[in-house]
Design a protein around this ligand. Structure first.
Ligand code: GTP
Ligand code: MG
Length: 447
């Protein structure tokens, strides 16, 4: 709040400038990063605050944004601050440069030049800046592989990735040797390469959470190509390879119908084991009937793997192009902002004690916090804003009676009943966020 001081002008017009806006906290997807390790131990981030407005209509400086870099494939979720459980997904950052504002900077408070009206020539109050938004989010990195090796336990998924890439996962003849996904880069003779993931084995019921299933089906959600590995020998349990093939496809479909439609290459492994050729014939037939290519390989001898890698690399290159072409350009910020505003505008009224009411809600709490409580004019201004938005009626509707106490954050008010003295405030007082043009008028009036 400031008034113009000039020689020979006894009472200058109001000239308090606005406070600067606070900086925003922004997440940005960066292809250089491969993990969320930077956020393992540091959890609190804060953008710069804006500086105060000054006299002579000088505005404060805006605070700098804080940009936090995250790897591609980061899923951002809002956490409920009370339970610390995920409340809703904010977005998936999947393309280089994707950005989302997770905590928008508050607006600077308006200087007293904005509060001039025909009946209030010299407003001796200004608005305080918007308080910072403070909340918890959860970051999860989903695996970003082009192709995933999927199949029953012990069919040889890890043996295959070890053969076709530099990955060195544990290999053993008992089920669930692989407990976490491994990534490798496979390179074809043509020079094309792709990222392949070896995920833990799936079993019947995986889509319902049996085995390690669910946890890892989640990771397959975003791989373009599924390499479905079948053990042609039936393994130690002497399973039926054809039945295995069907079971896995059923689990994929049960988890998410689009997984069943995902491009799939069927890989019959362990063809070095005598007697596997009959099983291979059956699986090939079933795969081709389903419209999938089939390859017979051996991770033990390396047979068929070069060809498999070449075909995979070509298919991945094609799928990548399709994905890039189909990728909708989503404006995360618009959607996030809409959701935030919806929640922000909500007003909740609850009875705290017999004659005491608690009012909560982002927007209304902000009005209270932005008011300078040491200044009667500012408090009267807040009172009129409440009237205009029909707050008194809303309280009455909830059963609030004259003389009841109404609490907002740490402030308490006495409810005086719904107002009817409309003429108390003129129309032109609705000048809260006056634009540049009308502030020019304001200056004229001041002079
Ligand atoms: N003979 C033969 N044995 C193989 C072949 N591929 C894998 N094996 C053996 O099969 C067993 C299981 O192999 P893994 O690569 O660990 O199988 P996995 O599918 O990764 O198993 P989980 O991680 O438990 O799901 C090991 O004893 C391997 O040595 C193959 O082509 N031929
Ligand atoms: Mg394995």
């Amino acid at each position: 709040m400031s008034f113009r001081r000039e020689a020979f002008v006894p009472k200058g017009g109001p000239d308090g400038g606005d406070g600067g806006n606070g900086g925003s906290v922004i997440l940005e997807a960066d292809p250089q990063l491969s993990s969320l390790i930077d956020y393992r131990y540091k959890h609190h981030f804060r953008a710069e605050r804006g500086t105060h407005g000054k006299g002579a209509r000088r505005h404060g400086k805006d605070g700098e944004d804080l940009i936090l870099r995250v790897p591609l494939g980061t899923v951002v979720r809002e956490l409920d601050s009370a339970t610390m459980q995920p409340a809703y997904d904010i977005c998936d950052l999947t393309h280089p440069g994707d950005r989302v504002v997770v905590a928008p900077g508050g607006m600077g408070g308006k200087g007293n030049i904005h509060f001039v009206s025909s009946v209030r020539r010299a407003p001796a109050f200004a608005e305080k800046g918007e308080p910072a938004i403070e909340h918890w989010i959860e970051l999860e990195m989903k695996l970003m592989a082009d192709a995933a090796l999927v199949g029953m336990p012990s069919v040889g998924k890890s043996s295959i990735i070890a053969r076709i890439s530099a990955a060195r996962p544990k290999i053993a003849d008992y089920p669930f040797t692989t407990l976490v996904p491994n990534l490798g880069v496979a390179r074809a003779k043509t020079g094309e390469s792709f990222v392949v993931a070896d995920v833990p084995g799936l079993i019947e019921g995986a889509s319902q959470g049996r085995g390690l299933g669910h946890e890892f089906l989640r990771h397959i959600e975003r791989t373009a190509l599924i390499l479905h590995v079948v053990d042609l020998s039936g393994g130690l349990e002497n399973r039926d390879p054809l039945l295995d093939y069907q079971t896995i496809n059923e689990e994929l479909a049960a988890y998410a119908s689009e997984l069943a439609e995902r491009p799939q290459i069927v890989v019959g492994n362990k063809c070095d084991i005598p007697g596997s050729d009959v099983a291979s014939m059956f699986v090939r037939e079933a795969a081709e009937r389903d419209g999938h290519q089939y390859f017979e390989v051996s991770a033990a001898t390396g047979q068929g793997l070069d060809e498999l890698v070449t075909v995979c690399a070509a298919q991945v290159a094609e799928l990548r192009q399709d994905i890039a072409a189909d990728a909708p350009t989503v404006d995360f910020n618009a959607a996030v902002e809409r959701e935030r505003r919806r929640r922000d505008q909500q007003i909740t009224i609850t009875r705290e004690e017999r004659d005491v009411w608690r009012v909560s809600g982002g927007a209304i709490e902000r009005m209270v916090v932005q008011t300078d409580w040491d200044n009667d004019e500012a408090v009267a201004y807040l009172q009129r804003r409440f009237d205009r938005m029909g707050f008194d009626d809303l309280l009455a509707k909830h059963g609030c009676k004259q003389g009841d106490e109404v609490r907002i954050l740490g402030y308490a008010f006495t409810y005086e009943g719904a107002h009817d003295d409309e003429e108390d405030f003129a129309d032109d007082e609705v000048m809260m966020f006056a634009d540049a043009e009308s502030s020019a008028d304001v200056q004229d009036m001041g002079e």
